[in-house]
Each structure stands twice: as structure tokens, then as C-alpha cells.
Write a protein that binds this ligand. Structure first.
Ligand SMILES: [Fe+2]
Length: 528
């Protein structure tokens, strides 16, 4: 047992687990109430995927509750709300542990509640239908939807969903709801905001016929959520705007698709939804793919090697396609976009093509070596003039970075600052990104944060939280989870965004690790 855990914390965990057993029968009473003991850095089993080990190792404890986390420094009293993070956390031993993929597994939400200068923590799995089927069986039954098994899927109980979707990509607030997101179906999951219990599906009143994005974006200027769904069986894309309170669909535009791409993100301006489609195809619901042991991802030689760019007019639905030559770069997560006269400015993470590879580069998708899932990614700026059909692009900064986000009250608008995990002076053997970066588009300057000078801490996606009485774009805090691979523990670090590379405002300590995750958001107690 971990000596750092207090009696109160352990009793708190036991109480929650007991409640869960009585409530849903989902967690065995014998479940350990403390995290697994930290493993030494570098411990690895060659028979198991790297995405089951080290910084990615799933937590065996599904419901940890810690009421009063240790804090170094001072949590700003203005920070009153919850940071929700989510990633994958495979509940049962995978069918083929050697080929397990980071994007597969069960979704686990981690909630850091901050109030009155104190911090608490909870975690919980999202109870998808696929996980319910596996809990009943007491073992894994499903092939992954991203990794390739090469073996046909096992027979499933009657009524079980054909594939197990991954509810561990993102978590957002829509009105009063907290929603856990995936990207392979027409709904999200609603969570109880405090206990993180899965309450059921949220499906926009059945208005969606396709695979909803896990990256909806909130347009503060227009006061609406913007989303899209891809239907790769019927070959269409639908873009829609939703009411920020109820989620009611306000407008919807359908675009016929020439192919069946895997697409993970989009961006918008006041006039357009904007997509960069790669030639990588995705058919997770096709009967001849996952059930037959084939990857849901595949390359269709007819698609060529270039990207296809799509602008969809938010008002009229008019689709404008651009098919740039020599566009073998692969965009990751968009940072922002805005209109500058006739030019549309689009900033994004980007993986440049590998000139040594005879195949199209899809290195954006983490390979099973697990060494550096997004290591090659850089930040690039595209300038597109739709009238002229011209596209220019250039790299921003000289560092490797991804998961970049701005002050999101300025999404779709001209902005100055970007925050992101990055690689800068990494210690040998560092996996993932080893710092946070703040880039200033106005000066071209980039500042890097290495807590306590450490060059081996692994930084996750950061979230900018504006000060409630913000006087400038960067007046606020940057919140991110960091993992210490030496001790296999995680912490939430709060930075004053205006003193980005200075001493952190607060370091909120866990005695267990949060497996390297994907996305999350800050949900304030008081909604402006
Ligand atoms: Fe993502």
C-alpha cells in the first residue's frame, strides 16, 4: 500500500466503491483502493505493447477519490471549477497485448476540482455498451477499432454492439451537461459532473446520422457549438451548429463525400467550417473490416497521396473543394483559424512527409514503437485565398509540438498566443513531449516551461483558463497534467500564463499516474 495515502483518502475511496457496487454493481468490492505501486522508469515487457506500459499503463483502480491533494505553491482563488481530462484505460487484458494501440481501450475521465485554493481528484470509466458486455463476460471480447488484430473478432452475446467504441477522446460541457466524447458513433455519453457516473447517451435529439467528431468547437463570438459527423457508409459529411444550452441543432448542412476518410478535427472562421482530409480511409463499422480482424484504417491507392481541403459555408452550406498538389503533409489538431481580408489563416499541428518513405506518410498516427506518438509534429500556418485558389504555408517556430490550443474565447478570431506540449532539449529516452510552450505570433518568440528545470517530465495537452477579469489575451492560467517517469506519478501544474516560463503558481500532486491522455477542458463553477 502506498504510504502517502492518508486514512481519510482510503476510506473515501472505499465509500465510493461501495456505493458503486450498490448502485450499478460495476466494481467488485475486492477492487484495490489504492493505485498500483509505481514501477521503475524504463521497466518494459517486450511481449506487451508500449501503450500498456510505463506512462501509458492503465490504472487498475477505477474509482479513486482524493479529497485534499497536496499542493506546492498556491492555487489562485479565482480558479473555481473542474479540469476534466480523458484518455484510454483498457479495463480488461486485451486479446492481443502485443498489438494494443494507444487509441483503443476504455475511456477514463479524470476530474481535478479546484475551489478555495484546494484541490480534489476523482477518476472513473465511461460505461459504454461495449464495456458493459465485457464486464458481464469478465474479460475482453472486442478487437480494437484503431489497432489491428489480424484475428476475427470473438463471438459476441446477442444484442452486443458490433464494435466497442472508445469514449476516451475528449470531455466537454454542453449547457449543464458534461459529455464524454468518441468519434465513431452518432452520440456522446453524459456524465454526472461530480461522481462521473455515466448517465446515458446524448444524441442531439437523433439529429445525427454518422460518426460525431470528438472535437466540437465552441464559437464564442457566435455563441454556438460547431460540430460535424461523417457517415462513411453513406458517404456524406454533415456540419451543424448547436445551441450552447440545450444542444438543439440550429442549422445543418450535408456535403456528399468522394471518399471515406478518417478525420479527427476541423476548424472554423465566422464564415466557414474547414477540413483537411488525408487519403487515409476509415471504415470502423464495415462488416468486412474489424469483425474480420482487419484494421479499420486502410490506404486506398486510388486516393493518391495528397490532401483534400474542404470549406463549407456556415450560412448557405456551399462546399468549396481544394485539391492541392504535393500536399503530403498530415495535419493533426487545429490550433485556430481566422479571416484576414481575402485570406483565411489556418494554424495547425502538422507532420511533414517522410521523403525516405515510398508510402504515404501517416506518421501522425502513433506507431506501435510508442517512442514518440506525435514527436515529428510541428506547428504550421496556412494562408488560403479562396477567390484565387491559392495556398501558402510556412512553419511557425522551430520546435516540435502538438495539441496546441489558444485562449479559446478567440477561436475563429485573430489571436496572438498559442499554448502546447512541445519537445525542447529533451533528456535522453524521454517519451512524448517534455515541456509546455507558449508561442507569440506577434513577436515570433517561444517560451518553454520546464518545471524545476527538469527535462524529462512528460507534458500533456494544456488548457488556458482566462482570468475572470482578464485585461489581456494571456491574462489567466495554463493548466496541464505532467507525468514524472522516474516515479510514475502525475501532477497538475498551474502556470501564470503571463509569466509562462517562471515558477509555477501551483503544483498539485497525485501519488499515482494518469496514463498519457488526449484532451480535456476546464469547466468553471460560474458560467459567464
Ligand atoms: Fe484529438
Amino acid at each position: 500500500m502506498n504510504d502517502n495515502w492518508t486514512r481519510r483518502e482510503i476510506l473515501g475511496s472505499a465509500a465510493v466503491i461501495g456505493a458503486a457496487v450498490g448502485n450499478a454493481g460495476l466494481v467488485a468490492a475486492a477492487e484495490p483502493v489504492v493505485p498500483a505501486a509505481p514501477r521503475p522508469a524504463g521497466a518494459s515487457d517486450p511481449a506487451r505493447s508500449p501503450f500498456l506500459q510505463g506512462p501509458y499503463e492503465p490504472l487498475s483502480n477505477e474509482q479513486i477519490v482524493i479529497d485534499d491533494l497536496r499542493v506546492e505553491g498556491r492555487i489562485p482563488p479565482e480558479l473555481s471549477g473542474t479540469l476534466y481530462r480523458t484518455g484510454t484505460n483498457q479495463r480488461f487484458e486485451p486479446l492481443d497485448p502485443s498489438r494494443f494501440h494507444w487509441f483503443d481501450g476504455d475511456g477514463m475521465v479524470h476530474a481535478f476540482r479546484l475551489k478555495d485554493g484546494k484541490a480534489s481528484y476523482r477518476n472513473r470509466l465511461v460505461e459504454t455498451e461495449g464495456l458493459t458486455v465485457e464486464r458481464a463476460a469478465g474479460k475482453a471480447l472486442y478487437n480494437g477499432i484503431y489497432g489491428q488484430s489480424d484475428k476475427p473478432q470473438l463471438p459476441l452475446p446477442a444484442g452486443a454492439p458490433k464494435i466497442k467504441v472508445v469514449a476516451g477522446v475528449n470531455v466537454i460541457r454542453l449547457g449543464k451537461r458534461v459529455l464524454a466524447l468518441h468519434e465513431a458513433g452518432p452520440h456522446y455519453w453524459e456524465l454526472e459532473p461530480t461522481t462521473l457516473e455515466t448517465l446515458g447517451r446524448f444524441n442531439f435529439d437523433g439529429q445525427v446520422d454518422g460518426m460525431l467528431t470528438a472535437h466540437p468547437h465552441f464559437d464564442f463570438a457566435g455563441n454556438e457549438w460547431l460540430l460535424y459527423a461523417l457517415n462513411n457508409e453513406k458517404k456524406f459529411l454533415e456540419c451543424f451548429a448547436a445551441d450552447p444550452g440545450s444542444g438543439a441543432v440550429k442549422s445543418k448542412h450535408r456535403v456528399a463525400m468522394p471518399s471515406t476518410p478518417w478525420n479527427h478535427d476541423f476548424i472554423f472562421t465566422p464564415q466557414h467550417y474547414i477540413f483537411f482530409f488525408t487519403p487515409l480511409q476509415w471504415r470502423p463499422w464495415a462488416d468486412d473490416r474489424i469483425p474480420q480482424g482487419k484494421s479499420s484504417w486502410f490506404v486506398n491507392p486510388k486516393e493518391g497521396r495528397n490532401n483534400t481541403i474542404l470549406f463549407v459555408d456556415r450560412r448557405t452550406g456551399k462546399a468549396t473543394w481544394l485539391r492541392p498538389e504535393d500536399s503530403q503533409y498530415r495535419l493533426g489538431h487545429f490550433l485556430n483559424a481566422y479571416q484576414d481580408g481575402e485570406d483565411t489563416i489556418i494554424d495547425s499541428g502538422l507532420v511533414a512527409p517522410d521523403p525516405a518513405s515510398p508510402r504515404p506518410s501517416f506518421s501522425l498516427v502513433p506507431q506501435l514503437d510508442g517512442a514518440s506518438a506525435y514527436g515529428p509534429s510541428q506547428i504550421w500556418r496556412f494562408t488560403i485565398n479562396l477567390k484565387k485558389g491559392s495556398i501558402k504555408y510556412r512553419r511557425i517556430g522551430d520546435f516540435s509540438g502538438e495539441f496546441a490550443r489558444p485562449n479559446e474565447t478567440l477561436l475563429g478570431q485573430k489571436y496572438r498566443y498559442a499554448y502546447m506540449p512541445a519537445a525542447h532539449l529533451p533528456a535522453p529516452g524521454t517519451r512524448g513531449f517534455n515541456c509546455l510552450a507558449k508561442h507569440d505570433h506577434a513577436t515570433g518568440e517561444t517560451r518553454f516551461q520546464h518545471p524545476a528545470g527538469r527535462k524529462d517530465l512528460i507534458a500533456g495537452e494544456s488548457v488556458f483558463v482566462p482570468h475572470p477579469r482578464a485585461e489581456s489575451e494571456d491574462h489567466g492560467w495554463v493548466l496541464a497534467l505532467w507525468q514524472d517517469p522516474r516515479r510514475n506519478v502525475s501532477e497538475l501544474i498551474i502556470l501564470d500564463a503571463r509569466a509562462f516560463d517562471g515558477e509555477p503558481a501551483a503544483r498539485v500532486k497525485l501519488d499515482h499516474h494518469v496514463p498519457l491522455d488526449f484532451h480535456g477542458n476546464w469547466i468553471p463553477d460560474r458560467i459567464a
